[in-house]
Design a protein around this ligand. Structure first.
Ligand SMILES: [Zn+2]
Ligand SMILES: [Zn+2]
Length: 228
């Protein structure tokens, strides 16, 4: 398993490059956000990787900004949950009015066309891409169409889970944007903690990596959530 990550844009959304092994030819790209395209290109060249797909954890602009451009450059599909699909072309829908008006100043710079090859997810799928088997888990709450992407055997023997803005080291996704739902994100977190063992290597949408076990033990938002 090869995973490379870098924070992109003013909100530092993590963009991940994931390949089945160190010398793989193909990879998937998770959440190519704002200003990610250039850094992504140089990492792909450096590691001699070609993307097979772009995977989006949810539709917020800081995660999807470069998705259409990256997909077009490599002629690959973009995967997103159906409930967040409208955000790809209307990012202000997912923001409160103040943020939306700040964003509108930037919108001229973005390519907000829907990717030519868009694959809608509903959760429960297994995607076979770039030699990887990625499970898709629908985890609404931060947005209606938030998903996690999981790899059963990722780093060493431990699974890897790309959690987007569901779960961070020490925190969870905010639910005060349109479409957010606190009760729902708590149910999603309970499911994820039930479905994934404590050793699971968590790669969040912002900030450093962590594990399910560490978050269950120390994350104040997970309080009484039982483990697997
Ligand atoms: Zn978000
Ligand atoms: Zn985010």
């Amino acid at each position: 398993m090869f995973i490379s990550a870098f924070p992109a844009g003013p909100l530092a959304a993590n963009c991940y490059i994931v390949a089945a092994e160190d010398r793989a030819a193909e990879c998937v790209v998770v959440d190519p956000g704002q200003d990610a395209a250039e850094r992504l290109s140089s990492l792909l060249v450096q590691h001699d990787l070609v993307p097979s797909a772009v995977l989006l954890t949810h539709g917020h602009f800081d995660h999807i900004w470069s998705a259409a451009d990256v997909a077009r450059a490599h002629s690959v599909p973009v995967y997103v949950h159906g409930a967040d699909r409208p955000l790809l072309t209307d990012p202000a829908k997912g923001l409160d009015p103040a943020l939306a008006s700040q964003l509108s100043a930037l919108l001229g710079q973005a390519n907000l066309e829907e990717p030519a090859d868009l694959r809608e997810l509903s959760g429960g799928e297994t995607l076979a891409l770039a030699g990887l088997e990625l499970s898709v888990e629908h985890v609404p709450g931060h947005t209606p169409g938030s998903v996690c992407y999981g790899l059963a055997s990722g780093t060493g023997d431990e699974p890897v889970l790309f959690t987007g803005d569901l779960l961070f080291a020490g925190s969870i996704g905010r639910t005060d944007f349109p479409g957010g739902d606190h009760a729902e994100i708590m149910r999603s977190l309970e499911r994820v903690c039930r479905d994934w063992p404590d050793g699971t290597d968590v790669r969040p949408g912002h900030g450093p990596q962590t594990t399910i076990g560490r978050e269950r033990a120390t994350n104040p938002f997970l309080g009484d959530i039982p483990g697997r």
